[in-house]
Design a protein around this ligand. Structure first.
Ligand code: BGC
Length: 497
């Protein structure tokens, strides 16, 4: 898949001299992506494994089995850690670079895994979950930015989405382990402890990987930046890429030190970019993906299937579909573009949520119970089929590419924090909402939110497929200051749905 075959690619790519790259054509970039993506694997594994591990933790610690507060704390503390980790991680990325951010996440992560595996009581376990969450939070902002900054424009979406494949792959793996380890005493220590292994592997390989070329350039380390870029581009294109980079950053870095959180709100362009990025992250969560990922066994049981085994098996199938759908997203994101992919995904999500909702309403009315149970399961499968290629990868990809260099870490981190806070809210409220207003009504609410998300994407998210970082900056200037700015034609060209 070379960029020449892509419809509607921008002027930038048309004018780039030298070789255009395809997904598999540069082992260095792909290798860097996979190593950085181990952060995604940790993210997926650790958010997925806890539901299964909790069953055994309850066996070992009586206090946990007697207290739902302790159970909830064990589950949610990782999310709390991720909220803090994402916010701090954004700043670490800008101040110390992507490489040090990754290494520090690995250290915290490994310590957290050891603490969990060795925990003598539930409170130490909760502290371990907090540490692991911190690592996951830092990784959730660092991996996409590090990958995007090393990516050739024409395959940037696919490479950043590969990190999302590692997330969904990690979730699948954790469900598999949850099923495989049934009823072995002490297993939870292994289940939680093994997640330190990818962190150690990542730490080791990261030592040999370079810092992001864009961050180096920004920090006046031009020679290192050029040496990294020369591993990616042929000589003809290398020269062009360096010229582009220096022209763009020369202007931007004048007097720029590290950006603070509040600086984000001072300029109109950055506010607009942040609105688009953070909005996508919030809608990713509020359209309910993690009600499905965390509670699919429960939802399957609510739909009338009482067997634990069947419920676990169906949720494993859902996780497999989610990972397979992400592969489809990797292929589509640089072909059809971010906007079209998100809009199509949301349309399917709306229909699927309505199917689930209607089946729960009809099922509770009493007739044809098992028929409507299967109908709900069909809705769940459709939901994943539509969500996974679009609303899964698009928010992470867009957030890795819409901010100017100096803001990329801080804004990406704040947006990831929005994602984790929204995740926590949805995870904490789904069951009680279903109890209060009914499962059918809960899924109707999610469908309503998905409709708002559709309008939001139409209105606020520009197309960034095939655009260089510099071109994306021009789009925000144009949006903020109206026509006449040099982003005008790009905006027009890229805003078709
Ligand atoms: C989301 C996670 C979610 C996963 C599901 C990711 O893009 O950020 O919260 O669990 O997709 O596959």
């Amino acid at each position: 898949m070379t960029i020449e075959s892509l419809p509607g690619s921008s002027g930038y790519l048309d004018s780039v001299p030298g070789q255009k790259l395809s997904y598999f054509s540069n082992p260095f970039v792909l290798g860097l992506t996979v190593i950085a993506g181990l952060g995604g694997l940790l993210f997926g594994y650790d958010t997925g494994v806890i539901s299964g591990a909790l069953l055994y933790i309850k066996d070992d610690f009586e206090a946990v089995s007697e207290s739902s507060l302790l159970q909830e704390s064990i589950v949610s503390m990782a999310l709390v850690g991720a909220i803090i980790g994402a916010a701090a991680g954004g700043w670490i990325n800008d101040a110390y670079g992507r490489k040090k951010a990754t290494l520090s996440a690995d250290v915290v992560f490994t310590i957290g895994s050891v603490v969990m595996a060795a925990a003598p009581d539930p409170y130490v376990l909760i502290a371990g979950r907090l540490l692991v969450g911190l690592g996951v939070g830092v990784a959730s902002v660092t991996a996409p930015v590090y990958i995007a900054e090393a990516s050739p424009t024409e395959i940037r979406g696919a490479l950043v989405s590969t990190n999302v494949l590692m997330i969904t792959g990690g979730q699948f793996l954790s469900y598999l382990i949850n099923l495989a380890f049934t009823e072995l005493p002490g297993t939870w220590r292994w289940m939680l402890g093994v997640s330190g292994v990818p962190a150690v592997i990542q730490f080791f390989f990261m030592l040999f990987l370079p810092e992001s070329p864009r961050w180096c350039y920004m920090k006046h380390n031009k020679s290192e930046a050029i040496s990294v870029l020369s591993k990616i581009y042929d000589p003809l294109r290398l020269e062009y890429e360096i010229d582009q980079l220096s022209a763009a950053l020369e202007e931007e870095r004048q007097g720029t030190n590290v950006i603070g959180y509040l600086d984000v709100f001072k300029s109109k362009e950055i506010r607009l970019a942040f609105l688009a990025g953070a909005g996508l992250q919030a809608f990713q969560q509020f359209t309910g993906i993690n009600t499905v990922m965390y509670y699919s066994p429960t939802i399957v049981q609510m739909a009338g299937f009482s067997s634990n085994q069947l419920a676990l098996l169906l949720s494993l199938i859902i996780a497999a579909m989610n990972a397979a759908g992400t592969v489809v997203g990797i292929y589509l994101i640089d072909h059809v573009g971010r906007r079209k992919l998100a809009l199509t995904s949301l349309s399917g999500v709306i229909v699927s949520l309505l199917i689930i909702s209607v089946s729960f309403f009809l099922q509770s009315s009493g007739s044809l119970q098992s028929f409507y149970g299967w109908f709900a399961v069909l809705g769940l499968a459709l939901y994943i089929a539509f969500f996974s290629p679009g609303m899964g990868p698009v928010p992470w990809t867009v957030n890795s590419e819409i901010y100017p260099e100096a803001y990329r870490g801080v804004c990406g981190g704040m947006s990831a924090t929005v994602n984790w806070v929204s995740n926590l809210i949805v995870a904490q409220s789904f069951l009680s909402l279903a109890e209060a207003v009914g499962t059918g009504a809960t899924f109707s609410i999610l469908a309503g939110i998905a409709v708002i998300a559709f309008v939001f994407v139409m209105e606020f998210v520009p197309e960034t497929k095939g655009l260089s970082f510099e071109e994306v900056e021009k789009i925000w200037k144009e949006k903020a200051w109206g026509s006449g700015h040099d982003g005008e034609s790009l905006l027009r060209q890229n805003s078709e749905p």
